[in-house]
Write a protein that binds this ligand. Structure first.
Ligand code: ADE
Length: 235
């Protein structure tokens, strides 16, 4: 069981998005738990304000340290300091997220994700609580929620029990450092296009060899840097 705590100003967005389909069923079974913490519930400002102008001037508002820290502290109070080892701030300034990070994080029992808004979060609270800064990629979103949801999805599907077909997390793209081979389902001919003959042969060794060949060719063409890395590891 892995628990994801998400500190956010938009708890409904996170809860709805992550309780759909496979992750929703995994949460219902108790293989994972997803808990959103509304940062606004923790502000001491009597008007419910969580942001303010930046010192030094410049456009935009900044999330203040106090509500973020108190929201974080509420999770620590619930699970204990030693279980709150990973606090992930999703930000375009972080390391770019990839499958190996998802795999590593899927071995944690608890994770706290912090989603920023406006121009970001007061640096002092980040210094005090954040252990990992992770970006989804080199582009800017309106807030951290979608990035956190993508990361939680990628991590959660690697948690034992979440995917029923144990094989699918291994043979898919990146499972072994290659992109996945092309796949086909019925009918045998669609719009005049035939399923590759070898897949109908029933010869599993030949099918496996064909699939590896396809994976290699696809990776070489589409992601040459991944191909180089794979070839170095498989001389
Ligand atoms: N917040 C805004 N843009 C982001 C990105 N690219 N990755 C992570 N968090 C973000």
């Amino acid at each position: 069981m892995v628990t994801f705590h998400i500190l956010t100003l938009f708890p409904d967005m996170v809860m709805q998005g992550l309780h759909t389909s496979i992750l929703g069923r995994a949460a219902a079974r108790g293989d994972i738990a997803i808990e959103a913490v509304n940062i606004r519930d923790f502000t001491t400002d009597k008007h419910g304000k969580v942001d303010d102008y930046t010192y030094g001037g410049g456009a935009g508002m900044l999330m203040q340290a106090q509500p973020v820290y108190d929201a974080y502290q509420s999770v620590v109070d619930q699970i204990g300091q030693e279980r709150a080892r990973r606090v992930i701030y999703v930000t375009p300034q972080g390391k770019t997220f990839h499958q190996e990070m998802a795999r590593e994080l899927s071995r944690e029992e608890e994770m706290i994700f912090l989603c920023g808004h406006y121009e970001g979060i007061d640096e002092r609270v980040l210094e005090e609580i954040v252990t990992d800064e992770i970006s989804l990629g080199d582009y800017v979103l309106t807030g951290g929620e979608l990035a956190a949801m993508v990361m939680v999805d990628a991590i959660a599907r690697l948690v034992p029990g979440v995917l029923h077909n144990g094989e699918s997390a291994e043979t898919e793209s990146f499972g072994d450092g290659l992109l996945e081979y092309p796949q086909y389902s019925r009918p045998e001919i669609w719009h005049g296009r035939r399923v590759p003959e070898i897949l109908l042969s029933g010869d599993h060794a030949k099918v496996d060899a064909w699939r590896l060949e396809q994976s290699l060719a696809r990776t070489k063409e589409r992601r040459p840097e991944l191909y180089e890395k794979y070839m170095e590891a498989h001389p």
